[in-house]
Design a protein. Structure first.
Length: 135
């Protein structure tokens, strides 16, 4: 036991001295002196502003839409199909579009059967497959 005590004491002293030396001589231990001026890097861009979102207002599309089923050039009328079931009023004017261009104007005259109704061609020309809208 007498030989063990000096060896253990020597090991403890060496470990403590090594830790003390490491703390003083490592790069993270050295801090700038308060008298030294440390330059602050200039921001390259302005600070980003917080993003504010405006609420989006969603309104339902209440416009009428249909397609031309049949065209009678001699009688100057068309048969329109409204697949969503909403039908136009009698004597209402609608517009026929082909490839996004307004091609004709029609006036709803009836008769109506299920989702189809007849309309007179007021101006322009119509073809089967044209889209119909109220605007």
């Amino acid at each position: 036991m007498k030989r063990f005590l000096p060896v253990a004491l020597a090991v403890v002293v060496m470990n403590l001295s090594g830790c003390a030396w490491t703390n003083r001589h490592m790069p993270w231990h050295h801090k700038p002196k308060p008298t030294e001026a440390t330059p602050t890097p200039a921001p390259s861009q302005p600070a980003p502003q917080p993003v504010t979102h405006t609420p989006r207002i969603v309104t339902p599309d209440n416009s009428l839409s249909a397609t031309v089923l049949r065209v009678n050039e001699i009688g100057r009328f068309v048969v329109l199909n409204f697949p969503d079931g909403r039908m136009p009023k009698m004597d209402q004017h609608l517009f026929l579009y082909r490839a996004g261009l307004k091609m004709a104007e029609v006036k709803v005259v009836g008769p109506q059967q299920d989702t189809s109704i007849v309309a007179d061609i007021v101006s322009g020309d119509a073809q089967e497959g044209d889209s119909v809208r109220d605007q």
